[in-house]
Ligand binder design. Structure first.
Ligand SMILES: C[S@@+](CC[C@H](N)C(=O)[O-])C[C@H]1O[C@@H](n2cnc3c(N)ncnc32)[C@H](O)[C@@H]1O
Length: 504
């Protein structure tokens, strides 16, 4: 990449990508669902076969910039009529050989749907293993991956003044933040990442992002934000010379200290009421609960952590060794795995958790939220709009926190429209052995409830007060009403916060 990006060249590139119809939808039509799934598995063969022999610009650009195949210079000139091969070389997008052109970066369309509607951008990043056929360089600049999409889908909607993207990489979170924030600062330790991110902002006509070089919060010392987003380099890596340090996933810390450090210092970079959202890993050590350990990192901020999965140390190590391009059977594979397992053994690590962290600086300085949830339900399409659900959960938490038990009992609650109840019976049994409430949207929570709570929830129609319903259920089940109130109130609070019960 070149340091200085020529605005006219970027405009020409934009015009070419636009007129080529270089969109997610068009590529899907060109190569089909099977090839798309193969690409996600790092297999380019089906897509290359589908595009072979086609000379329409979208196919040429996809072969060049996504599949990493070289193309005759004349074909590339035709696919980029405004920019031309010279302009593409000047922008650092291609390298030239004898009459043939090869991509120097990955450049692909990206589409999304957020609270403001649907959108489409083009994103440049480094070419991946699929295109180069070799292990990744340690200064690799990541494109938009599964984790990027997860985090961008979690971002809270709503207009704000300032936002920070910490560890911006190709700039994807900064671009998303710019949909809601008047001004965005994007930081990275990698100058190359910042160049690519700046190109991406320019290419997509986004002018409200400022890019700053430096580690963690150093480039924003003394500054506070309404929103912070970070998909930080959280991968736990042994600090041994033979283990490569990939900038895009490893911040150089020991164990899970990098995420702990960000969580611990986020308070000083948020305005009162400001929210930080991150992805992270945490270790489970010597039989302790790692999720509770992670919750303990939060200092002076509301904290809500959602654990999505846990991996045992071997599985974790295999995943990240493979991610760097070293496969089982490669000479380095077993020594690397050994280094990872040795490192985990020094801290007696039994498992590694992964999930989402939401931290909020309380407006009045009073911490009211300490929430750790384990949710492993597949979120599928729902993941794209989770930010709206998270915002509703925070609002429900705040409302519930303001109410004492008498206030809650006075409310008329209603079962949310996406909640279903599942009852399992032993064969022939009259009463269910298990009752589960399932949330269809949001985080797709599954909540196991007792007979009394199920009866209370079933009667929440938005008209009767919770207190009246509990009294009726107590009389029906012939149990003591004050005891039933004491039993179900904390559970009802949880259902309100989780969005399974709404205020009627
Ligand atoms: C996992 S990538 C995330 C990229 C992008 N934000 C996304 O969501 O896809 C982490 C980024 O953090 C950057 N990084 C690594 N160490 C850092 C540090 N100490 N301070 C700031 N950024 C760092 C890497 O260069 C990389 O771009």
């Amino acid at each position: 990449m070149n340091d200085r990006v020529n605005p006219a060249a970027v405009r020409a590139l934009r015009a070419d990508l636009d007129s080529a119809g270089y969109t997610v939808e068009r590529l899907g039509e060109l190569w089909g669902a099977g090839a798309e799934a193969a690409l996600a598995r790092e297999d380019r063969v089906p897509a290359a076969r589908a595009l072979s022999g086609r000379d329409d610009p979208a196919a040429v650009l996809a072969r060049l910039f996504i599949l990493g195949l070289d193309e005759p210079a004349a074909v590339v000139e035709t696919a980029l009529p405004h920019l031309g091969a010279d302009g593409a070389a000047e922008l650092g997008l291609i390298t030239r050989g004898d009459h043939r052109i090869r991509a120097a970066v990955d450049l692909r369309p990206y589409s999304f749907l957020d609270a403001r509607g649907a959108g489409q951008w083009w994103i440049a990043s480094d070419l991946g293993e699929l295109a180069t056929g070799t292990a990744l360089r340690t200064d690799h600049v990541l494109g938009v991956g599964g984790a990027s999409v997860t985090l961008s889908g979690l971002l809270l909607p709503g207009a704000v003044d300032t936002a920070l993207d910490l560890g911006t990489g190709c700039g994807i979170q900064a671009l998303h933040l710019a949909r809601e924030a008047r001004r965005v600062i994007a930081t990275d330790i990698s100058r190359r990442a910042l160049e690519l991110a700046a190109l991406n902002a320019q290419l997509n006509g986004i002018t409200s992002i400022e890019f700053r070089h430096g580690s963690l919060f150093e480039p924003v010392a003394g500054e506070r934000f309404d929103r912070i987003a970070s998909n930080p380099p959280f991968v736990i890596t042994p600090r041994r010379p033979e283990v490569p340090e990939y900038e895009y996933r490893d911040g150089g810390a020991v164990a899970d200290d990098l995420v702990a450090g960000i969580v611990g210092s986020v308070h000083d970079h948020l305005v009162p009421g400001g929210v930080a959202q991150l992805l992270g890993n945490w270790e489970y050590r010597a039989g302790d609960d790692g999720l509770q350990r992670a919750l303990g990192w939060a200092d002076g901020v509301d904290a809500w952590i959602i654990e999505r999965e846990t991996l045992d140390p071997a599985r974790y190590a295999e995943t990240w060794i493979r991610d760097g391009g070293t496969r089982p059977g490669d000479p380095d594979y077993e020594p690397l795995l050994g280094a990872w397992l040795d490192d985990f053994a020094t801290r007696d690590v039994d498992a590694i958790g992964f999930g989402y962290l939401l931290l909020r600086r309380p407006v009045d300085g009073r911490v009211t939220l300490r929430r750790a949830e384990r949710i492993d339900a597949p979120l599928g399409e729902a993941a794209a709009g989770l930010g709206v659900h998270l915002a509703a959960t925070l609002a429900a938490h705040d409302a519930a926190a303001r109410l004492d038990d008498a206030g809650l009992l006075a409310l008329a609650l209603r079962v949310a429209g996406d909640v279903t109840e599942e009852r399992s019976h032993w064969p022939g049994a009259e009463h269910p052995s298990v009752i589960v409430l399932r949330q269809g949207g949001g985080l797709r929570r599954e909540v196991r409830v007792g007979t009394a709570l199920a009866a209370v929830v079933g009667a929440c129609d938005g008209e009767l007060s919770l207190g009246a319903i509990i009294m009726a259920v107590a009389s029906l089940l012939e149990v003591d009403a004050p005891e039933l109130i004491a039993e179900v109130i904390p559970e009802v609070r949880e259902l309100v916060i989780g969005g399974l019960l709404e205020v009627g």
